[in-house]
Design a protein around this ligand. Structure first.
Ligand SMILES: C[S@@+](CC[C@H](N)C(=O)[O-])C[C@H]1O[C@@H](n2cnc3c(N)ncnc32)[C@H](O)[C@@H]1O
Length: 334
């Protein structure tokens, strides 16, 4: 998934920096507490003893239940085939988020919106009748979220849709299986506020990748929550927004306090924070807070980032950005 703040291209840098500080990581418990698309947890699932993954958003929970917690073979090719062969229905997504629906919203072509409805309804039917278990349920839901995202008629996020159906949105939705890796011990996925979860867990390596600006993920990815939850509500405004969680990490007035509380409560020896230098907290503020709890250091790398070009709402401009990884080796009181 093309996810805002995705660390897909930075996972090798993160791994290298973590190895430099921690040494061997095979027998370590790794926590990805702001997991998003889950790419960091997926990377470390292969390398560590156990991964704990968490995000406040439901679509992220679904992705991580599949990619992180699923850890034994699931036979689903026949189910994917059956879902792909369904006829579309005029359900909630079609009614509220396609051109043919009431709202004149253009997030999906009529055909794809009806397909999403048919597939989503069938997955729930199978789950409720116990035809599929939890593992398969999240596997199929993750497959649907990612396949629907591929044909969404947006520039990148769901804060707005495009006026005309772009090329990729004209293609018919094809449900593609969200394959996951099998590894090691039992992994665990949560959907909680990081600051609430932190006092309930412990481990060796805590990786934190919070939002760094005011853009709320719940608003930007509302459509994915709506497909994943498939509940009933009255979509609001031009974009059909649902109620969403507002994170303290996106608020200038709250971020400093929340961040310090998280660090202070963390029962992990090593803490790593990815944070952009244009973030709500400055580099020196981060250093000041982390430095209060142990030995602080910093790793950096520069890489090419693609930014949406607001003037055309379509093209992407490549800019060179420096990525910062703040490192803390904590004193843990036993
Ligand atoms: C920068 S993104 C993480 C990207 C992720 N590392 C990846 O590679 O896809 C930040 C994530 O933090 C989540 N988030 C924001 N506030 C949170 C909170 N208080 N507790 C838990 N998760 C939160 C957002 O939903 C979002 O997915």
């Amino acid at each position: 998934m093309n996810y805002i703040g995705s660390k897909l291209k930075l996972s090798s840098f993160i791994e290298e920096s973590i190895r430099n500080s921690v040494g061997d990581i095979e027998d370590k418990i790794f926590c990805d507490i702001f997991a998003g698309s889950g790419v960091v947890g997926r990377h470390f699932k292969r390398l560590t003893k156990q991964v704990i993954s968490n995000d406040i958003e439901y679509y992220s929970y679904v992705l991580n239940k599949n990619y992180i917690e699923n850890n034994s073979l699931v036979e689903t090719a026949h189910l994917i085939e059956e879902l792909n062969s369904l006829h579309g229905i005029e359900g909630f997504i079609y009614t509220h988020y396609s051109i043919g629906g009431h709202g004149d919203r253009r997030y999906f072509s009529d055909h794809n919106a009806q397909k999403i409805d048919a597939i989503r309804v069938k997955i729930e039917e199978w789950y409720e009748s116990h035809y599929i278990n939890d593992n398969i349920y999240y596997h199929l839901l993750a497959s649907l979220i990612e396949s629907a995202d591929k044909v969404a008629n947006t520039a990148s996020v769901y804060g707005a849709y495009l006026k005309h159906l772009k090329k990729s949105a004209q293609k018919d939705l094809l449900l593609k299986e969200a394959h996951f890796n099998i590894s090691g011990d039992k992994h665990k996925v949560y959907r909680e506020d990081a600051n609430t979860l932190i006092s309930k867990i412990s481990g060796d390596i805590l990786y934190m990748d919070p939002p760094y600006n005011q853009r709320q993920y719940g608003a930007n990815y509302h459509m994915l929550n709506t497909i994943a939850l498939y509940d009933r509500f009255t979509p609001q405004g031009k974009t059909g927004l649902r109620e969403y969680t507002r994170s303290d990490y996106c608020k200038k007035s709250k971020v400093y306090e929340s961040f310090e509380e998280l660090i202070a409560s963390a029962n992990f020896e090593y803490i790593f924070l990815s944070y952009n230098n244009e973030g709500l907290m400055s580099c020196s503020e981060v250093e000041e807070i982390m430095g209060r709890y142990g030995e602080y250091s910093l790793a950096t790398t520069s890489y090419q980032r693609f930014k949406a070009d607001k003037s055309t709402n379509r093209n992407h401009k490549a800019t060179s950005t420096v990525e910062y990884l703040h490192i803390l080796k904590r004193e843990i009181s036993t």
